[in-house]
Write a protein that binds this ligand. Sequence first.
Ligand code: NI
Ligand code: MN
Length: 227
Amino acid sequence: MSTKIYYIGHSGFYFESEPYKGFIVDPFISGNPRSSFNIPKNQIKQIFVTHGHGDHLGDSIAISKSTNAPIYTIFELSNYCLAQGASSVGLNIGGKIDFDWGWAKFLPAFHSSSAQDGQYAGMPASILFCINGTKIYHAGDNCLNFEMKLIGDIYSPDIAILPVGSFYTMDVDDAIIAAQYLKVDAVIPMHYNTFDAISVDVGAMRKKFQEAYVKLIVLNPGEELEL
Ligand code: NI
Ligand code: MN
């Protein structure tokens, strides 16, 4: 049973684990100058969204409408998605939901959240996925915080997908500490080099992770990792 992680770009990923069909997280495609998305529609069974900002909710509503895949997100944002005609399920922080491939648990993110029209979108989230036994933590738009130590102690995720672009989220240095708190085997960086405000020197980032003995897996949009 192998698990595939496909990088859409920015904070967007597609996960698939045989024999199950897949799900996407934070699909920001149209309006993203660095995205790649060639996932067949019939493979998308769920959509997860960490918070309401346009670079995360992204194309979720349109994809939900065209695939019938529900959007799993925080209660208030879920209501917003329902009002836009999408299929959606609203959870809140701490909530866990089971699927044929495993489970997803909504956890905190220290950030903000609103819909494009300014409507309150509830708490922003990070999401821990357990996919066929492999635990992958998607941090959403997060800063370094001590909750990550708790997540590491209790759930010990295998892989963390962490923002590194700074300005709106944690930066590379804080992501290294987050990885240590989370006790993960490897980090996949996200939320960088999409816009000028979040530019990161990839070579310098690789060097910092190497010096801290934290394994870094850099994916370019359109690249995938097989576990
Ligand atoms: Ni955000
Ligand atoms: Mn963002």
